[in-house]
Write a protein that binds this ligand. Structure first.
Ligand code: ADP
Ligand code: MG
Length: 382
């Protein structure tokens, strides 16, 4: 067990790291952030922040020596960095879980090999093989770069054969990546996620199933409890638990799911870290995803993830900051006693950039959702 007072290193300095630190601090842990791009949202609430490249071996070593355990809030960490760090201090989650989830080909192969339900897919590594893959899958379909995509970046949806006529253009549009995955587009009736925490002993704890609404491939709202049958919720929960077990995750894994028109759950993708859809749990659950992650990697007993009340989380993207500068008027949110506002102190607001979120708690999912959408509409007007 890694007791309070120990120091946790975090690779990545975004809002997920920030909220992880805020949760871990209340348990008495200390934090060092490693973020190549410069002073970060997590760095401002950490005890120390190291801003250096992943190629900077001396900085990596200094980071590893200054902490007791290393975790991450961003999965695209190069392999050799993980190897270098884990030679000095434990890195959790370990290599296998991280590497499987950070690359769509390894992820899809893992799902298929282990008989987890996943989207029909093909791979391509050139414009010519892309054309074959697209026609094998059929339309509509979506092309995704195998690595480094997030929030729908590195993806193109193709509705018909006409849109696939120029594979060289599509390939270059995606930045001529080494490899892409072509997936069948699933006409789903809903998107859901399950966040599972797992300790080295194999003990697990899941958050309630989350219903997610995306706009332009970016998460907009998370709704808990999800509006699905008890049996679908149980299937979703057990899928996430089995995936966490097979990956040997220590920490969190978020499993994103589609529910198709026939009522079947299909795994979309996994993330071995805290997840945007779990932000509701800061205000909505006894133990948040962030605290549960700390408990998992420090090998503390798990807290209860029971939901206080129906909760809806709404993302606040940079689009709400007019001209990228002027701050939205938060008065409406702050005046409503059932709303909790979270801002990430990121400075510059860019389109699509996650700047904050708010949660609404109430008596029923329907009323909470209505209140949340009304607040969001007001923010868009101002
Ligand atoms: P990321 O979250 O890394 O950007 P995802 O693969 O989760 O990438 O895609 C983002 C969103 O795009 C999904 O949550 C979903 O709304 C939509 N999407 C992606 N792939 C599919 C698919 N095969 N069928 C239907 N919708 C999809
Ligand atoms: Mg996703």
């Amino acid at each position: 067990m890694l007791g309070p007072g120990s120091t946790i290193g975090i690779l990545g300095g975004g809002q997920l790291g920030r909220m992880l630190i805020l949760a871990g601090r209340s348990l008495g842990y200390r934090f060092v952030v490693y973020e190549p791009s410069g002073p970060s949202a997590a760095g401002t609430v950490a005890d120390n922040e190291i801003n250096a490249a992943y190629e900077d071996e001396a900085a990596l070593e200094e980071f590893a020596r200054s902490v007791d355990v290393i975790t991450l809030e961003f999965e695209n960490i190069p392999a050799d960095v993980i190897d270098r760090l884990s030679a000095i201090k434990p890195v959790l989650p370990e290599r296998f879980a991280l590497f499987t989830c950070q690359h769509r080909q390894r992820e899809k192969d893992f799902l298929k090999e282990n008989d987890f339900p996943c989207v029909p897919f093909e791979y391509a590594d050139s414009p010519a093989s892309l054309q074959v893959a697209v026609h094998t899958i059929g339309f509509p379909c979506v092309i995704k770069t195998a690595a480094f995509g997030y929030d729908g970046k590195g993806q193109i949806k193709l509705r018909n054969a006409q849109e696939a006529e120029d594979p060289d253009y599509l390939w270059n549009f995606l930045g001529a990546p080494p490899r892409v995955v072509v997936e069948k587009w699933i006409h789903h009736v809903g998107e859901f996620s399950v966040i599972c925490a797992r300790k080295a002993s194999g003990e697990q704890s899941t958050l309630p199933v989350i219903e997610n609404v995306h706009i332009n491939h970016i998460l907009h709202t998370s709704i808990v409890p999800a509006r699905i049958t008890e049996s679908t919720a149980q299937q979703a929960d057990s899928l996430a638990r089995s995936i966490a077990e097979k990956l040997g995750v220590v920490g969190l894994i978020a499993v994103e799911l589609f529910l198709d028109a026939e009522g079947k759950l299909i795994v979309n993708e996994m993330a071995p870290r805290p997840h945007n859809s779990g932000h509701f749990s800061i205000d909505g659950c006894i133990t948040s995803q962030f605290e549960q992650h700390i408990r998992a990697i420090a090998d503390l007993p798990f807290g209860s993830t029971d939901l206080h009340r129906p909760t809806v989380m709404v993302n606040l993207l940079g689009d709400l900051w007019t001209n990228g500068k002027s701050e939205p008027d938060w008065a409406g949110l702050l005046e409503d006693p059932k709303v909790k506002l979270h801002l990430y102190d990121k400075g510059e607001a860019r389109e699509g950039r996650k700047m904050g979120h708010f949660t609404v708690l109430g008596d029923t999912v329907e009323t909470v959702l209505e209140i949340a959408e009304a607040h969001f509409a007001k923010l868009q007007e101002t």
